[in-house]
Each structure stands twice: as C-alpha cells, then as structure tokens.
Design a protein around this ligand. Structure first.
Ligand code: ATP
Ligand code: MG
Length: 250
C-alpha cells in the first residue's frame, strides 16, 4: 500500500460502515487536495450520506483510516470534526430561523464582551461586523443583514451556512445536495460560492444527483454503487453518459 499523501487535506483509506448486516460503505478510499472540488455521485442508497457522516464525525467507521495532511485523525463527534476543520452542510441546514446571519455564524460559539468591565454580554457589534465581512468575502450581498434568516430564500440560507464554515476557517466543506431545493438562479449562486471556496484553497466534497451541476463545478467525480466504488474520473476525461453507466452498473 502506498504512502499517505502529506499534501492532502483529507485522505480516507478503506473506509467501511456496516449497519448490522447492511454494508452501507465498503472499502471506500478517496483523497482531496487544496482547491479541489470532488463530487460524490450514486443512486439512492449508494452510500453517499453514510460516507460523509463518517468523515464528519456522525458515525464511527466500522473499519478504515482517515488522515488530514498525512496525519491520522479520529472524530468523536461532529463538533470534534468541525474543530479539526471539516464543516458539513446538510440539506436541512440547521440554521436557527429566528437569528440573524451573525447569530447563525456564531451559534454556540458567541463572542462576549464585558459591560462596565464586568458583566459578560453578547458582543452583537462584533457579530454583525463578522457577518458583514464574511458575506462580502463570499461576494454575497444581502440588504437585511440583521433580519432573521427565516426571511431568506433557500440560496441565501445556503450562503449563510457556507459563510459560517468560512468564518470558522473550515479547510474542507462537505455539502449534501446543496442545490436540490433551489431555483435555477440560486443554484448558479451556490455553484459560484463553491468556485470561490476552491480559489481560497479549500477542499469541497459535493454530493449531487444533478450531473449538470457536477460537471459545472467539480474537478473529479467518485461514483458509488451499493456501497462500492464504481469508478473515479477526472471531470475533463469523462461525460455524463459514462457516469450514468457507472451509477447503474453494466
Ligand atoms: N442509520 C442507519 N441505519 C441503518 N441503515 C442505514 C442507516 N443509514 C443508512 N443506512 C443504509 O445504508 C445504505 C446507504 O444509505 P445512504 O443514506 O448512505 O445512501 P445515499 O447514497 O446517501 O442515498 P440518497 O441518494 O437516497 O440520499 C442504505 O441501504 C441505507 O438504507
Ligand atoms: Mg443521501
């Protein structure tokens, strides 16, 4: 077996995950480098969500290894994975609807200041400023920065979730179907945000059933079929027909 790659943001080797008798993921291996967008494709039940839940600390793997920059890592919880630089954005975004962008960026990690030098209070100014800077950095402009995010569209909510990951300096962003619930203009905006993350040198794992989106934004694609790796291709060297064949099997 070859050496682990010290330049890889994330490298997984021979990951397996069983649920009782169900082998949801078998001997899965992949590598992701800085500035790379890797798509994970496969039919319903292929093991995509299982794979990212293992890599984001939700499930412990049944076997296999996870490394970051060549060093072995384990994740005791999603918080633990996040603290090590892996942020996962699920389709149900886990934003707090009644809070602003700043409130969501700092959810559970709120900055405090001291009133009259003693009383700890929420530093709302710092939160609003961080929200403004973060969204500007993503070239995403919302007029109502202090409004609760319940007022926002699906694409704007995606942007807030991405903003939160960027603010906390996640090196790897994992997105499970980020464009599925969106209209076409908002899908474009989210794809543009993914390209931004790429130019910032982050790694993105992008799960989608939409091959058009995958071909628009990914560098590489890994296809899963019933928990097995059916194939891995550079986007430049493949086409949607070949990917569909890998997904359904010959
Ligand atoms: N918590 C669980 N307990 C038992 N079985 C599970 C669990 N999670 C997933 N599975 C099983 O593992 C297999 C892979 O499921 P997974 O959710 O990873 O697929 P997926 O590729 O994300 O599919 P989809 O495209 O429908 O989201 C399926 O057979 C599923 O029923
Ligand atoms: Mg899934």
């Amino acid at each position: 077996m070859s050496e682990f790659d010290p330049t890889a943001l994330l490298e997984v080797r021979n990951l397996s995950k069983n649920f009782g008798a169900v082998q949801a993921l078998k001997d899965f291996s992949m590598t992701i480098h800085p500035g790379e967008v890797v798509a994970l494709a496969g039919d319903n039940g292929a093991g995509k969500t299982t794979m990212i839940k293992v890599v984001s600390g939700v499930f412990a793997p049944s076997s296999g290894e996870i490394r970051m920059q060549g060093k072995p890592v384990t994740f005791a919880s999603p918080q633990d994975a996040r603290a090590q630089g892996i942020e996962t954005i699920y389709q149900d975004l886990a934003l707090a609807d009644n809070l602003s962008i700043g409130g969501n960026i700092f959810l559970g990690r709120e900055p405090m200041r001291r009133l009259w030098g003693v009383l700890p209070v929420l530093d709302r100014k710092a939160m609003a400023e961080a929200a403004r800077e973060t969204m500007a950095r993503l070239d995403f402009h919302v007029s109502r920065l202090n409004a609760p995010v319940s007022n926002f569209s699906g694409g704007q909510r995606q942007a807030v979730a991405i903003g939160r990951a960027v603010y906390w300096n996640a090196q790897i962003l994992i997105m499970d179907e980020p464009t599925a619930a969106l209209g076409v203009p908002e899908q474009r905006k989210v794809l543009a945000l993914i390209r931004q993350l790429k130019t910032q040198g982050r790694g993105v794992i992008f799960i989608s059933h939409n091959l058009q989106d995958i071909f628009a934004v990914a560098d590489r694609i890994v296809v899963l079929r019933r928990g097995n790796t059916a194939g891995e291709r550079q986007i430049a060297d493949t086409n949607p027909d070949e990917i569909v064949k890998l997904m359904v099997g010959g």
